[in-house]
Design a protein around this ligand. Structure first.
Ligand code: 13P
Length: 246
């Protein structure tokens, strides 16, 4: 079984102290946590703490959960992609699309900002339950991916397929459904980018992934990794997932 990337989107689950304690536990389980490619997206206040405590791990990358379209200026409450030296940034998460009314035009600006400034980003796409039931999944994905830049020139682009109906619901998408959607995304990517660019693009799945689903989903060949929410913010669950994949 090829090893997948574990990307932990901690959302607003852990405060800075809890994030610190989580990283101390990772340090105490260094052998296990060194075996996998891991990405951690802590809350903004905890980024430097996590970066400090991840210094002994070459395999752990740290990213932002969101960023502004600007790099500096009078934007109260917002965060610049250059505010910390991060490895990646999530853009277009469904919670940003729904709670903060972010549309494709804004997400495009954020995506380009990340690619320009740090050369890396995770773009989240996925359909709602209604859209799935109306057989509009591919249509929605195509529209959400229409914001992709025409050239990525050595930059790292991660695309996370996160069906909205699966996020935080315990409803993991079926292996077949994920395979179908990732194959479709793969076709769109191949139309847009050259063969040389393809290795710089990775495909993720997110939506209720935990220790019970990770093994089965790991056999999806187009899948490079998981973007995990609640199960990644619980140390024991995170550890169990990795143990299953050893
Ligand atoms: P859950 O794993 O909690 O369903 O969240 C998935 C997600 O939104 C990751 O970005």
């Amino acid at each position: 079984m090829n090893k997948k990337i574990f990307a932990a989107n901690w959302k607003m689950y852990l405060n800075s102290n809890e994030s610190r304690e989580f990283m101390l536990k990772i340090n105490a389980n260094k052998d296990l946590f060194s075996e996998f490619d891991i990405m951690i997206f802590p809350s903004h206040v905890a980024i430097s703490i996590i970066q400090d405590l991840a210094k002994g791990f070459d395999n752990i990358k740290i990213g932002m959960q969101d960023c502004d379209i600007l790099t500096s200026g009078a934007v109260t409450g917002s965060n610049s992609i250059t505010s910390h030296k991060v490895d990646s940034c999530i853009v277009g998460h469904s919670e940003r699309r729904t709670i903060f009314n972010e549309n494709d035009e804004l997400i495009k600006k954020k995506l380009n900002n990340c690619l320009d400034q740090i050369g890396s980003a995770i773009l989240c796409v996925g359909e709602t339950l209604n859209e799935k039931e109306e057989n509009k999944t591919f249509e929605v994905i195509k529209k959400q991916l229409s914001i992709l830049p025409h050239q990525i020139q050595g930059k790292n682009l991660d695309i996370a397929y996160e069906p909205v109906w699966s996020i935080g619901t315990g409803l993991v998408a079926s292996k077949q459904h994920i395979e179908d959607v990732l194959s479709y995304i793969n076709i769109l990517i191949k139309e847009l980018y050259s063969d040389e660019d393809r290795p710089n693009i990775r495909l993720f799945y997110g939506g209720s992934v935990d220790e019970n689903s990770v093994e089965e989903l790991s056999s999806i060949s187009l899948l490079d990794g998981f973007l995990i929410g609640s199960a990644s913010a619980d140390f024991d669950k995170f550890k169990n997932m990795l143990n299953k994949m050893r």
